[in-house]
Design a protein around this ligand. Structure first.
Ligand SMILES: [Fe+2]
Length: 155
C-alpha cells in the first residue's frame, strides 16, 4: 500500500536517513558500552560495571524505537554490523583501554551522538515531521546527560 501520512516522499527520505544515522551511532555506542561492561577492570570495577549496564540498557531500548520510526516512514532500518559501521560517526574500538580511557571514550561517544541527534532533530523540524522530532529530542537530552556523568566520573 502507498504511504499517505501527510509528509512527502522526499521529506520522509530526509527524515528516515537522519534517523538511520542516529540509530547506527546509538547502536555502535551501545555495543562499545556493553563490551566495556564486560571488560572493565580496576578499583572502580563495581561502580563502572553497573554504570555501563544502565547506559547500554537505555540505548538498547532506544534503538528499537528509532528503528520502528524508520519503518513508519516507509524506509528500512540498518540491520548488519557493516551497515551500522558505514552509517555511524562513532568509531569502533580495538585494543585494551584501561578504565579511565573507557570512561573518556564513552563520554566522547555520547557527545558525538548528542550532536548527531541534534542535527536529526533540525532535519525533522524542517520537514514538519513532528513524530520523529518527538522521538529524537529526548535523545539529545539523554546523551548530553550521559556525557556529563561520564566526564564527572573521569575527572
Ligand atoms: Fe552483565
Amino acid at each position: 500500500m502507498e504511504i499517505n501520512i501527510g509528509i512527502s516522499e522526499e521529506n520522509r527520505q530526509k527524515s528516515a536517513q537522519g534517523v538511520r544515522q542516529l540509530l547506527a551511532n546509538t547502536y555502535t555506542l551501545y555495543l562499545k558500552t556493553h563490551g566495556y561492561h564486560w571488560n572493565v577492570e580496576g578499583p572502580h570495577f563495581q561502580q563502572l560495571h553497573v554504570q555501563f549496564m544502565e547506559q547500554y540498557t537505555e540505548m538498547w531500548t532506544a534503538v528499537d524505537e528509532l528503528a520502528e520510526r524508520i519503518r513508519a516512514l516507509g524506509h528500512f532500518a540498518p540491520s548488519s554490523y557493516a551497515e551500522m559501521a558505514e552509517l555511524s560517526d562513532v568509531a569502533e574500538e580495538s585494543g585494551k583501554p584501561d578504565w579511565k580511557e573507557m570512561v573518556q571514550t564513552l563520554a566522547k561517544g555520547h557527545e558525538q551522538v548528542a550532536k548527531t541527534a541534534r542535527d536529526v532533530l533540525r532535519i525533522a523540524e524542517e520537514v514538519g515531521d513532528d513524530a520523529t522530532a518527538d522521538i529524537v529530542a529526548p535523545r539529545v537530552t539523554l546523551h548530553e546527560k550521559s556525557a556529563w556523568m561520564l566526564r564527572a566520573t573521569a575527572s
